[in-house]
Design a protein. Sequence first.
Length: 276
Amino acid sequence: MATIHPTAIVDRRAELADDVQIEAYAIIGPGVSLGAGTVVYSHSIIQGTTVIGANCRIGPAAHVGLDPQHLGFLNQPERPTTWLEIGDHTIIREGVSVHRSSKAGRENATRLGSHCLLMGASHIGHDSRVADHVILANAALVGGHCEIAERVFLGGGCAIHQFCRVGRVAIVGGAQACSRDVPPFAAMWYGGLKGYNAVGCRRAGMSRESIYAVRSTFHCLHTHRTATDAVAAIHALGRVTPEVREILDFIATSKRGVLPSVRFSGRRDSSDGAGE
């Protein structure tokens, strides 16, 4: 049977696995489902149709599954049932907010993957999709309708504009404002692409050949001002590994455009080694 502190408020319609723990002053609303081994720490609020997996850690004082901050949703006289889904082994720390989707239907749910870490005061907006093994440092902000791929690291205080994408194994530096897409394996700093995420690529277990191909690809992005010229140069290298193909496909499908190199962003000071 779940362990519930006497001061916690848990709606009888919530679904709790037998070994769930709910600490003091937490509030769990109807429609919430908590998987085995999950702990909700004090003063946290979980609302809406929110499904949380096994062995997660929520709070303290986290706000999960609240209504989306979306006027089109909030101004409706009868608000639809919207969803939030969170995977297994994800840690959501103090003051974090993760909102449900603005569109009805589980297929449109805001999604946060497994093995993620959301540090204090970070935020994931409505309708966003965040994949597995993603880390948001303190106060990192992800706007609505964003897509954050696997093993991305978002630095403290950064802001990802709504509808932006951040590709797999990319890193966004602290306090950066990102209004365009960040391609896979990139290191974003000084308002543009500073290089590739060398440390992240090694930690992801990429082969030396793949890393060299990624590095050559980003060299093309740094030496050609337009995406068209950079893509042509990448093809001319003859090193279209699966990782390079992933970058090319990401550029081809970008709707907001891909961030330029720092060489072309107007902020050329890139001497602190944030990437390679």
